[in-house]
Design a protein around this ligand. Structure first.
Ligand code: N01
Length: 498
């Protein structure tokens, strides 16, 4: 798309699972007057951005696709990143919606015009107004760089795991990896295959259980393709197996004892040295941080040319990382696998609702808080996919996204039928929703497990995860509950829907 339209009914931000799914569903619902803006040059979102070696999904493949676009071509039970990206590209192409996608287009600022009852969105390619603004910008899209003394003066190659520089040849190099989260444990074994030396800087040991990954057989793949019901059975069985994990996170952390045993066994199997085993053994309850899966991470740490460093980093010099004990370890390539801005999302600074207040201003005191993780008081006609408290530790975000998409579509349909120009969740409804969430949060392992994690914000509130089953989330969002909303009639006689 060369030039942007000046006005559309629906403006969708982001072309990952959320934005793409929203576009396809809008199109199917006959809401064809939409525009998707995407800051990058392709669809895929996080699955386009994260291309580090070893990048793969830690949620089973069968759950990691749209319900309306099954993928019989998954090669394995846990999909590698290139397959997920290829899947999203294919779905985008075949759905016929790409003509309404504007790539390399960045949302610079969005302001709600209370008079016009429309969003005015400034992008790097001009201004667009829209009745609804639907953000699918993702919770894990903005890399978080560590604040380490001297890091900006590092003279070697430095990049974040989500911005992998494939031009840098790691062969024989001294590589330092900062962080031991989901990204790090996937990339460290791959880096160790080629690098001359690897230092892995661990601040907190993660729990890593075995990855029960396997190739699908030819027969399975034939059945997935020609007898779709078979794939449906796989998907349903995986879904309910995953749902059964919920009580261990939200109610009785003791139920996770078998998972803790599996993690300890994984350490024992992968690492012969008792001292190293001890240093990688977590000292908090399993599930408090995301449970990771890998068969190759511990064996990689045990290799002779790989060192696990658990002393805190004091500073980075032009060519080395220095720990607080004064040891200086030379580095050619510094990989920061330090995660993302999750609880203060950068897009929140750019979205301004009633009275010109931005989401980040509104959330400054309370932390992220919305209604049903989707709509926010003070921000009429704004919908956020993967919004506050919609994240998961146990199952597929695609399920949550599809639940939200259905809710947004129902809201849009209701606006069209009832000629509402603006809808906005009532303050009391939003507060009640969040009080209930935070009450439930108190007994979860994320609050009681004795760790700090990216799930919690600066106030210690968990504003990222959903503390109930995904099934419950879906039923709570199954219809647009207008009773929880303030609605405004159109000031002009324009209809909401195209
Ligand atoms: O990031 P993280 P990630 N000095 O935040 C450490 C998803 N994901 O990119 O634990 C030293 O988990 C930090 O230490 P600590 C998934 O939801 C999914 O790995 O805070 N260390 C931690 O070890 C995941 O949860 C897949 O003490 C510093 C690490 O950096 C999310 O993305 C694959 C530091 C950050 O870990 C993020 O994962 C990959 C500092 N200053 C990712 N700052 C799938 O397969 C931070 N750390 C679906």
């Amino acid at each position: 798309m060369q030039t942007l339209p000046t006005a559309v009914t629906h403006l969708v931000v982001g072309a990952g699972f959320a934005g793409l799914g929203m576009a396809i569903r809008l199109d199917e619902a006959g809401e064809t007057d939409f525009l998707v803006i995407e800051k990058d040059s392709d669809v895929g979102g996080t699955w386009r951005a994260n291309t580090y070696p070893g990048a793969a999904c830690d949620v089973p493949s069968q759950l990691y696709s749209f319900s309306f676009a099954p993928n019989p071509d998954w090669s394995r039970s846990f999909s590698p990143q290139p397959e997920i990206h290829a899947y999203l590209r294919r779905v985008a192409r075949e759905s016929g919606v790409l003509d309404r996608f504007a790539f390399d287009t960045v949302l610079e600022e969005a302001r709600y015009d209370e008079q016009a009852q429309r969003w005015v969105v400034r992008t790097n390619h001009g201004e667009v107004t829209a009745t609804t603004l639907i953000s699918g910008s993702g919770g894990l899209s903005e890399p978080r760089l560590p604040e380490i003394d001297g890091i900006e003066g590092f003279q070697g190659e430095l990049f974040h795991s989500a911005r992998w520089d494939h031009d840098v040849d790691l062969t024989g190099k001294r590589v330092a990896v900062i962080g031991t989260g989901a990204s790090s444990i996937q990339l460290v074994p791959e880096v160790a295959k080629v690098a001359g030396h690897v230092d892995v800087y661990q601040r907190t040991a993660p729990y890593v259980i075995p990855r029960n990954d396997r190739r699908y057989t030819r027969l399975e793949r034939l059945l997935f393709r020609h007898v779709p019901a078979v794939q449906k059975v796989y998907r349903t069985a995986t879904y309910w197996a995953r749902e059964s994990y919920v009580p261990a996170f939200t109610w009785k952390p003791r139920l996770a004892t078998p998972a803790r045993r599996a993690a300890l066994l994984n350490i024992a199997r992968g690492i012969p040295d008792p001292a190293l085993r001890e240093r990688v053994t977590p000292d908090y309850a399993i599930g408090c941080k995301r449970i990771l899966i890998s068969n190759s991470y511990y064996p990689a740490l045990a290799r002779d040319h790989v060192d696990l460093v658990t002393d805190r980093i004091a500073k980075v010099t032009g060519d080395a990382v220095v720990t607080v004990d004064g040891v200086e370890r030379p580095v050619d390539v510094l990989v920061v696998a330090t995660g993302f801005h999750t609880t203060e999302q950068p897009i929140a600074e750019r979205i301004h609702g009633r009275g010109g207040r931005s989401l980040s201003q509104v959330w400054a005191d309370t932390g992220m808080a919305s209604y049903k993780g989707t709509t926010t008081h003070g921000f009429p006609n704004l919908f956020q996919l993967v919004g506050a408290n919609t994240g998961l530790g146990h199952s597929s975000m695609v399920f949550m996204i599809e639940s939200q998409i259905a809710y947004v579509l129902d809201a849009i349909a209701s606006m069209g039928v009832n000629r509402y120009a603006a809808i906005e969740p009532r303050r009391d409804a939003q507060d009640a929703w969040n009080r209930d969430l935070q009450r439930r949060m108190q007994r979860t392992v994320w609050s009681t497990g004795g760790c700090s994690s990216w799930y919690l914000d600066d106030h210690g509130r968990n504003t990222t995860l959903w503390p109930r089953t995904t099934y419950t989330f879906r039923s709570l969002l199954s219809r647009f509950d207008v009773d929880a909303y303030d609605v405004e009639a159109a000031r002009s006689d324009e209809r909401i829907s195209s």
